[in-house]
Design a protein around this ligand. Structure first.
Ligand SMILES: Nc1ncnc2c1ncn2[C@@H]1O[C@H](COP(=O)(O)OP(=O)(O)OP(=O)(O)O)[C@@H](O)[C@H]1O
Length: 258
């Protein structure tokens, strides 16, 4: 059993095969097939409402596909039982849009939460580890603050420290820079890059931010709302410059024609 939930070690930690996403009878995206290489910063792109967040929900176990499969290494995620899925998800860190911190807990307590839930470390070890993760995201000294007492950018970074608590192999981000000023967004990009380097993690990110996409994205898929499927994939800068599909080029050039 434990070998099933171990971090995937093969070249493509994530593989999506013929995935169809739907809410009831309404198909949002169909026939999505792509792989995400280990160590990639993989961006899910596309216009508003095309299904980016829905795809992310499927990848992190919140929503079951209408059809198709998601593989993490050899594990066919949605074909596994719930306990196996949960065990696998301990290898994943997830940063939601708002940071999603508990407002009644201090920043440090928020980071300690997954460690208390999923490890048998001593209280001191947990506190030390939380401090270490906070230092990693530049929040040393802010552990005793409550989320309401720090800025939006700091809350994002605290959410990131929490996502990092269990040393994830895969990090999922939903609009990480939404609501941040350009400088804070840039700092968060740099931090994501640094973490990818230092942890060797794979990053999967939903974002609209073209600056972020071009600055840190190494690979991507482009989902189209109208045809309800994937219309391009590859390095975002290459897609902007060379994608044969004008819908993709227009989006990546903010609507500008050739
Ligand atoms: N719980 C739900 N029930 C039914 N339809 C939903 C639900 N959540 C989202 N949708 C619909 O699914 C489609 C895709 O939504 P989703 O939030 O995944 O898109 P998105 O690409 O992330 O959009 P945005 O960029 O605006 O955040 C939209 O048409 C949305 O209205």
């Amino acid at each position: 059993m434990s070998s099933v939930a171990a971090p995937p070690k093969n070249e493509f930690p994530i593989r999506v095969e013929n995935l169809t996403l739907a809410y009831g009878e309404t198909v949002i995206q169909r026939d999505l097939t792509f792989s995400i290489a280990r160590g990639a910063i993989f961006v899910v792109m596309g216009g508003s409402g095309c299904g980016k967040s829905t795809l992310l929900r499927h990848l992190v176990g919140l929503q079951k596909p209408a059809s198709g499969r998601i593989f993490y290494g050899a594990l066919s995620f949605w074909e596994a039982d719930e306990q196996t899925r949960k065990r696998f998800l301990r290898h994943c860190g997830i940063l939601y849009q708002s940071g999603a911190l508990w407002s009644s807990l201090t920043v440090a307590e928020n980071v300690e939460l997954p460690l208390r839930e999923y490890t048998r470390l001593s209280d001191k070890e947990i506190r030390d580890l939380a401090q270490f993760k906070l230092a990693l995201v530049g929040l040393a000294g802010f552990g005793n603050h409550y989320p309401a007492e720090i800025s939006g950018g700091m809350r994002k970074r605290a959410g990131l420290a929490r996502a990092l608590a269990l040393d994830p192999d895969i990090l999922f981000f939903d609009e990480p820079s939404a609501g941040l000023d350009p400088l804070s967004a840039r700092r968060l990009d740099d931090l994501i890059l640094e973490l990818r380097e230092s942890l060797g993690a794979t990053v999967v990110m939903v974002t609209h931010e073209l600056a972020s996409i071009f600055a840190i994205g190494t690979d991507s898929v482009f989902l189209d709302a109208e045809s309800r499927t994937l219309i391009a994939r590859g390095n975002p800068v290459n897609l902007r410059d060379e994608c044969p599909d004008p819908r993709v080029r227009r989006f990546l050039r903010r609507g500008a024609e050739e």
